[in-house]
Design a binder for this molecule. Structure first.
Ligand code: NAP
Length: 304
């Protein structure tokens, strides 16, 4: 049986959507498989302020624009979750919960997902006061006090965003210095209703009887002191883990990211990795879209 597609792109974040645009323009018969609809991680971002030419665009709007751009071209889109992939010589089969699809080459663009803390209360109270997406859930906490955990770009952006509607925002960070970009830090430090709780790690999220959050237990890493912040929401922004559990055949690094260089070529011929799923230094929308383009260029070279 012949293959159905020249290339299957798995993932509809900025890398996958860009790959779709380039693949269609290259005349490749293309299938884009998306799990939750288009946009990927930027949907969790209120404002994207470093994507050239579109200052201050919301993550949702940028995702929509990229998706609409792709729809100008002849690309088949399929909502499905990939369960496994059979890699063959010159032909591969992608198994999903909506059927199997065959192709000559694959672009893996499945990105990553928010990392869990693994502390008591986190799982039970997720959706009931514990959230991994401030822009999705922040509105439920208007005039309330909340905590954000983490010290990276996402944590600081979340704290800034939440401070607009919340009474008070604690930013709980495990060190005495933030990892976030300076411009974000400067904006954060100007806000009167944000308090940074330095050198503390979260230990437990306490719930009230009615299934809501009532406190965050934290530990001072310097002297071991335990204290509780009275909050009704906890936003966890402690980084991400790669979404690549559907395959063990492709070589990954120690953190589970798929090993590939700028050509996006993986350890399997004809299989390419683009965007946040790829081992790389800087995970941004700009670097993801660059990967999408590079991956298709490599696919074209491979198919020739
Ligand atoms: P990140 O940069 O990896 O930051 C994770 C933060 O969580 C760090 O401050 C880390 O502390 C802390 N942390 C990790 N595990 C923890 C734990 N178990 N307990 C307590 N704290 C913990 O992740 P991110 O902020 O989600 O950003 C992900 C990527 O997207 C980054 O590359 C970021 O630059 C990029 N991004 C960029 C922008 C932008 O440019 N505007 C916006 C959003 C995201 P330590 O600092 O001590 O390690």
């Amino acid at each position: 049986m012949g293959h159905q597609y020249d290339v299957i792109i798995i993932g509809a974040g900025p890398a996958g959507l860009t790959a779709g645009i380039y693949a269609a323009r290259a005349g490749l018969k293309t299938l884009l498989i998306e799990r939750f609809g288009a946009g990927g991680q930027i949907l969790n971002t209120y404002e994207v302020d470093n994507y050239p030419a579109l200052p201050g665009i919301t993550g949702g709007e940028l995702g929509m624009k990229m998706s609409d751009h792709l729809d100008k071209f002849d690309v088949t889109r399929q909502m499905a979750e990939v369960t496994s992939i059979d890699f063959g010589e010159g032909a591969h089969t992608v198994h999903t919960d909506s059927g199997d699809f065959s192709c000559r080459s694959i672009i893996l663009a499945t990105g990553n997902s928010p990392r869990k803390l693994g502390i008591p209360g986190e799982e039970e109270l997720t959706g009931a006061g514990v959230s991994y997406c401030a822009t999705c859930d922040g509105a439920f906490f208007r005039k309330r006090t909340v905590a954000v955990i983490g010290g990276g770009d996402v944590a600081v952006e979340d704290a800034i965003f939440l401070a607009r509607g919340c009474e008070k925002v604690y930013l709980v960070h495990r060190r005495n210095e933030l990892r976030a970009a300076k411009i974000l830090q400067n904006a954060l430090f100007e806000l009167p209703n944000v308090e940074v709780v330095w050198d503390h790690i979260p230990k437990e999220i306490k719930g009230a009887d009615e299934g809501s959050v009532k406190g965050l237990v934290i530990e001072n890493v310097k002297d071991g002191t335990i204290s509780t912040l009275e909050v009704s929401g906890v936003f966890i922004a402690t980084g991400n883990d790669p979404n690549a559990s559907y395959t063990d055949a492709v070589k990954k690094d120690e953190r589970g990211y798929i090993i590939a260089d700028e050509t996006c070529a993986t350890s399997i011929p004809g299989v390419f990795a683009a965007g946040d799923i790829r081992s790389k230094r800087l995970r941004q929308v700009t670097t993801a879209v660059a990967d999408g383009a590079n991956a298709v260029y490599s696919v074209q070279e491979y198919l020739i």
